[in-house]
Design a binder for this molecule. Structure first.
Ligand code: FAD
Length: 403
């Protein structure tokens, strides 16, 4: 009986094993995860779960009974420590070895941390990647305390929103000229800066962290502009690095992620990869997508390809972020955009439409699910209405889908 092994029991790994069974695979499936919990959703960790508004069980992608019923061997608290790709053998942290016929790497990513030399390992300094991180941080979120958030990307901003809602004094530093610089247009940065300011968050752009100080526990932060801040704790949200150590051990090609081809295959035809750890070909560029949507879609295509179906993975990127009462939804990828058009709607709804050489490539929609959905469908259909049609309040947006 063929044995398919999936390393990494997160969003992509869980999607992949479920797809293998729904596509009719009757062989042995083993899903191996380093964490103690069955596969769960990470997005609520910096949103509803951290706020204390979502129970642990609701994070789980599937109940344990799903894996039992589907005859999927779920090995938790077990790390794969080595791969011998020639012998098709895995070594586990328990000392066991396991032989596979096909292997998928869905190992996700690691949060970037601050070096010990600048106080990165002091108590009271947190990153935000897994349940353990969220559970460790939650007791710190007490009204009246002071938190410094380092990094103005989505995770840092979501953590700032949670802390502000809980009544903390929040300062956020962003080394770049503006928050969200890596991922969004200036108009979107402006929107979120204003939103946070209206909730009392002190956002400082163009200012980095020089060092965190304290004896055992962090008590203050020195910023690059010379400011010293007294703080109770700090949250580091300075991006992630793909988890590629195992792929490297297996001799698989790695370049800012595990390199996959159009068919989710790595440089070793028996090894596929999906999710945060993998790069993929998108419009002629090898890129990495860090999102739930990609983890699911790429993993499902990988499952089909492990079964020999030879399906191409064509990403249709989407993403979301919740901050206060704003739901941001993003469709497409804005890489290389040259112009952004703003559409205002009713009740504060707003959307930012990215164009590249007159092609619509992405939309950021703030509390505007309707235009998000229309933008997503237009992008996926390769349709690019003229920007003045998009921004005209009189345009019947839905009709654009039929044009
Ligand atoms: P993961 O879900 O990280 O799973 C990888 C798993 O592999 C981990 O459990 C890890 O322990 C395990 N692993 C690694 N190496 C080994 C090994 N050697 N042996 C065994 N197990 C191993 N995306 C969105 O689209 N919208 C959002 O709003 C959003 N918010 C987010 C908020 C937070 C706080 C975080 C952390 C992420 C958020 N994301 C969001 C990103 C999204 O969660 C990730 O893109 C997604 O989880 C990627 O899935 P994955 O399966 O590739 O990796």
């Amino acid at each position: 009986m063929a044995h398919f092994v999936v390393v990494g029991a997160g969003q992509a790994g869980a999607s992949l094993v479920a797809k293998l069974r729904s596509e009719g695979f009757e062989g042995r499936i083993t899903l191996i995860g380093a964490e103690a919990n069955p596969p769960y959703q990470r997005p609520p960790l910096s949103k509803a779960y951290l706020l204390g508004e979502m129970a642990l069980e609701r994070l789980y992608l599937r109940p344990q009974s799903f894996y039992d019923d589907q005859n999927i061997e779920l090995r938790l608290e077990t790390r794969v420590t080595d791969i011998d790709a020639e012998a098709r053998n895995l070594t586990l942290s328990t000392g066991e070895t396991l032989t596979y016929d096909k292997l998928a790497l869905t190992t996700g990513s690691h949060p970037r941390t601050l070096p010990a030399a600048i106080g990165g390992t002091l108590d009271g300094v947190y990153t935000m990647r897994d349940l353990q991180d969220a559970d460790a941080m939650a007791p710190e979120l007490v009204e009246g305390r002071s938190v410094l958030i380092i990094g103005g990307g989505y995770i840092g901003l979501e953590a700032a929103a949670v802390a502000a809602k809980k009544g903390l004094k929040v300062t956020l530093v962003e080394m770049a000229d503006r928050i969200l610089q890596r991922v969004a247009c200036p108009e979107t940065s402006d929107y979120f800066r204003a939103l946070h300011a209206s909730h009392g968050v002190d956002i400082r752009e163009g200012v980095g962290l020089d060092r965190l100080v304290g004896t055992d526990r962090v008590t203050a932060a020195h910023l690059t502009d010379g400011t010293e801040l007294a703080i109770d704790f700090a949250i580091v949200g300075v991006g992630i690095a793909p988890a590629t150590a195992l792929a490297e051990a297996a001799g698989v090609t790695v370049d800012n992620g595990i390199v996959t081809d159009l068919h989710t295959r790595t440089s070793n035809p028996d090894i596929h990869a999906a999710g945060d750890c993998a790069t993929l070909l998108f419009k002629g560029q090898q890129i990495r997508l860090e999102s739930v949507g990609n983890a699911i879609d790429q993993a499902e295509v990988a499952a089909k390809n492990m079964l020999g179906q030879n399906v191409e993975y064509v990403p249709a990127p989407w993403f979301w972020s919740d901050q206060y009462d704003c739901k941001l939804q993003i469709a497409g990828l804005n890489i290389g955009y040259d112009k952004v058009y703003v559409k205002e709607g009713d009740n504060g709804a707003r959307s930012h439409w990215y164009y590249k050489e007159s092609n619509l490539i992405a939309v950021d929609a703030m509390n505007d699910p309707r235009n998000y959905m229309i933008g997503k469908r237009l992008i996926e259909a390769g349709k690019s209405p003229a920007p003045e049609v998009i921004t005209d309040p009189a345009t019947d947006m839905k009709a654009l889908l039929r044009a």
